[in-house]
Design a protein around this ligand. Structure first.
Ligand code: URA
Length: 243
């Protein structure tokens, strides 16, 4: 879609609308290599190459941040070659090209953040920030104290021993012979929680992430999502050393 050159320039952030008009009339702006001084000139922001001082100008996409309560049966990626539903399908009315921050398995539900801010995502996933992720796991069998301690102190997996975790026994159902365990991990190995329980001989029957980096699902129902508030975003930025 075409738009007026001064509007496009203002959107790139190099100048205000007024300032952009001056840059144009001063002959500082080139469109596809040609100086343009005409204020009414229209450009196509996708096809036309607009430059100032020899530098190509681009409009930065507005950064957006969402929290989703992921249901089971969705994969945590933008596209799936097998044609399965993805978490991005749930947020289909979001115009920006968002992607999930990390992954939840197809059959795991719960808190997932999505954004179009790659740098923010990389930082939140970087091991050095030790971002806490809390899960509730419903497991087959009655878990004992010794195994709870092992989960907390580290379990040997094929890709190394897990880092210390916070572990609480929520409940035991003797009739169904299952236990509910809350576990907070500070790293992000692939399928980590399921593999930790499996290493101790328990099968995870259901897994839900209830917290991530201090954020909780609170009132978000399964399949619902919303934008992060300014306060939530500020708190996250603090954790990763951003202003
Ligand atoms: N650990 C798992 O095993 N699965 C998830 O989806 C997240 C953490």
């Amino acid at each position: 879609m075409q738009e007026r050159l001064q509007k496009f320039l203002a959107r790139t952030g190099i100048a205000s609308r007024r300032g952009a008009e001056k840059l144009i009339t001063d002959g500082k702006i080139r469109v596809n290599g040609v100086v343009v001084t005409e204020l009414g000139t229209k450009v196509d922001p996708v096809k036309d190459k607009v430059s100032y001082n020899g530098k190509m100008l681009k409009v930065e996409a507005k950064k957006v941040y969402y929290i989703l309560n992921k249901p089971k049966g969705y994969i945590s990626s933008v596209k799936d070659e097998k044609g399965r539903k993805t978490v991005v399908d749930i947020l289909s009315d979001v115009e920006e090209r968002i992607f999930p921050i990390g992954r939840l398995d197809y059959n795991t539900e719960g808190l997932l953040l999505l954004t179009n801010d790659g740098e923010f995502m990389n930082k939140l996933l970087h091991p050095k920030y030790e971002i806490g992720k809390t899960y509730v796991a419903r497991i087959d069998g009655i878990i004992n104290m010794e195994d709870l301690d092992k989960l907390a102190n580290g379990v040997k997996l094929e890709d190394g021993k897990t880092a210390p975790a916070d572990v609480y026994l929520d409940s035991i159902n003797k009739t169904l012979k299952e236990s509910r365990v809350e576990i907070t991990i500070y790293e992000g190995k692939n399928r980590q929680v399921r593999r930790m329980f499996k290493a101790l001989g328990y099968e995870v029957k259901a897994l839900k992430r209830i917290a991530f980096a201090g954020l909780t699902l609170s009132k978000l129902k399964r399949g619902e999502y919303r934008k992060l508030t300014e306060t939530e975003l500020l708190r996250l930025r603090k954790k990763i050393g951003d202003k």
